[in-house]
Design a protein around this ligand. Sequence first.
Ligand SMILES: [Zn+2]
Ligand SMILES: [Zn+2]
Length: 387
Amino acid sequence: MYAPPGVKTSPDMPVPDTMRAWVLGDPGELKLTDKPVPVPKRAEVLVRIDAVAICATDLEVIAHGPPAMIQGGLPFNKNWTPGHEYMGTVAALGPGVDEYTIGQRVTVEIHAGCGQCKRCRAGMYTSCHNYGLNYGDVDKGHRANGFTTDGGFCEYQVNNINTLVAIPDAMSDEEATLVVTAGTAMYGLTELGGLVAGESVVVTGPGPIGLLGVAVAKALGAQPVILTGTRDNRLKIGLELGADYVVNARQENAVEAVRKLNGGKGVDYVVECSGAPNAVNEAIRMVNRGGKVCLAAFPHEEVPVDVAHIVRNNIYLYGIRGEGKSATHRAEAFMSQKRFDATKVHTHTFPLEDLPTAIKYARERIDDAIKVVVKTRGSAAQRVAAE
Ligand SMILES: [Zn+2]
Ligand SMILES: [Zn+2]
């Protein structure tokens, strides 16, 4: 039975020595295998994974590799487990951990910075200067589970306590997997200045981050909140999550529509979540002079950008990676207070064994899939379509 030295376990929650885990082989190839249950070190806990959501970045990593970086290189054929948007139950405590208790439900954020570089010291741990330096003889303490260290498509994982967010019993497993998504949107708005009450916000791209970006902006008091996209079913969910207006870019010119909705001047902030090739040029024409644009998505290819328009109009551009500055805690606070219903973006659940099917649903958007969740335990034995 699992009892590593220095690690606290409980007879109420016995931990096996081995677990089921998906690993990445060649590009696009996932294999279900057995792995030893990992051991938490100082300031880490062992989390029993109860549910994990599939993110567009997982699809990217599984097919192409980056932004995952394992042992300094591509993640293929390294017995590495992807998956990063998970939640679960604390199952064992590393040496000295008294911040959490065994049996406590938690969700996770992805990045545990090294804690010693200048970015980590400023709360920007998703931009840690020791990113990925945690293998072999190098141990800088950095972890980004599912990107630089083993992730969540398995039954147990170790997490630094800084990456844990306690959740209430009333929050379902599926909803808890969405905290980090809402946290990413929250981080974007934090980087734009955070004080968005009464300010006008456009969100471009109604994927999970965009939809929850609408919800977070509205919860922060933004007015109006405008969502642009090309799929009416997703724009409708945006309205349910708090958008004051939606614009279908297939039916009208999105820039003109946004400017018209704001007296011709444009909005104060744009949160760009579409990654469309012309998204930056459209976003800088949606904001007013001195406005701010946050880029939370990107196209594959390099794209030309109208720099003159940015300079002449004093427009600020921000790129964000992940969910820094404890944004997940602020997102969770909104969710546990039911300020918005994140479960509207959850559409499908599959058991862990069916991960390849779940990925197919997410990639091909089968049955209008938005957020697809994989569960390791409980009632997820068969596929259930969430309402
Ligand atoms: Zn993600
Ligand atoms: Zn760091």
